[in-house]
Ligand binder design. Structure first.
Ligand code: 5GP
Length: 241
């Protein structure tokens, strides 16, 4: 795909988005920056962007093959992804299969509790407000999406959960929770942003070991060694358990 990078549109904490010379297409750069706790902890870790981009591209392609519309077109190189230009919703759609992280800190769930059916939690994407949790009424009152779009977002989020859980399960990994973001082009809703070790909570099925950004947040080990291993494990051939 012959797409050339033009001006920077937005620089986030870990990714930058660029205009291109092709109408309707953007380039997302997966940088090596890693942050946690609303940017309170930050570092640059060599190759981090490449590992996240590889896993994101793999998941997007897999989801597309299974009928989920995503913004993904192709990788230009290990750090640059060509994507469909979307009008992004300021929503962080979180699906939780097992209680961990903020749901345990903020509510009386015990860590490790199975959440069946999975919980969908939607946060308002706003660092200055620390991404507060929304409910359907607030989402609609703020006109962040229409009620039909909200329904569609929830349906797709659960379908993404079902597909990713099955894929990861086959690699010996439990999908504890993840965050995804959506946007629209015209009337069509697409999955945007990324799905990577930075935006998922993954536990090794056998050892219970964290295989995601919790390793960085809570200094549980060599972050890049684990990202490298998990990226290979996710995108490689399914191993016998
Ligand atoms: P929690 O609410 O427990 O902090 O996060 C739930 C899940 O969503 C985790 O997998 C976490 O990595 C992801 N998540 C929540 N907020 C963000 C965010 O602002 N950025 C990213 N990349 N992931 C997030």
């Amino acid at each position: 795909m012959d797409v050339k990078c033009k001006d920077l549109i937005i620089k986030g904490k870990a990714k930058s988005v660029y205009n291109t010379d092709t109408k309707g297409k953007l380039i997302v750069e997966f940088r090596d920056d890693i942050t946690a706790f609303d940017g309170g902890k930050k570092d640059v870790l060599t190759n981090k962007g490449g590992y996240n981009a590889k896993v994101s591209a793999f998941f997007f392609a897999y989801l597309e093959q299974n009928g989920v519309k995503t913004h993904f077109f192709t990788m230009l190189d290990p750090h640059h992804m060509v994507v469909r230009k979307l009008e992004m919703f300021p929503l962080e759609v979180i699906v939780r299969n097992i209680a961990a992280g903020s749901i345990v800190r903020n509510y009386p769930f015990e860590e490790g509790t199975l959440l069946d059916p999975p919980l969908i939690v939607i946060d308002y994407k706003d660092d200055a407000r620390h991404d507060p949790m929304l409910n359907d009424e607030i989402i609609l009152a703020l006109k962040l999406v229409t009620s039909a779009e909200l329904k569609k977002i929830k349906t797709v989020a659960l379908e993404v959960n079902r597909l990713l859980s099955a894929l990861l399960e086959a690699q010996g990994i439990t999908l504890v929770d993840f965050k995804i973001e959506f946007g629209r082009q015209g009337k069509t809703i697409y999955l945007g942003d990324e799905i990577s070790m930075d935006s998922m909570r993954l536990w090794d099925k056998k050892t219970g070991e964290s295989l995601d950004k919790d390793v960085y947040r809570f200094e549980k080990g060599d972050v890049m060694a684990i990202y490298n291993k998990v990226a290979q494990r996710i995108t490689g051939p399914v191993k016998k358990q």
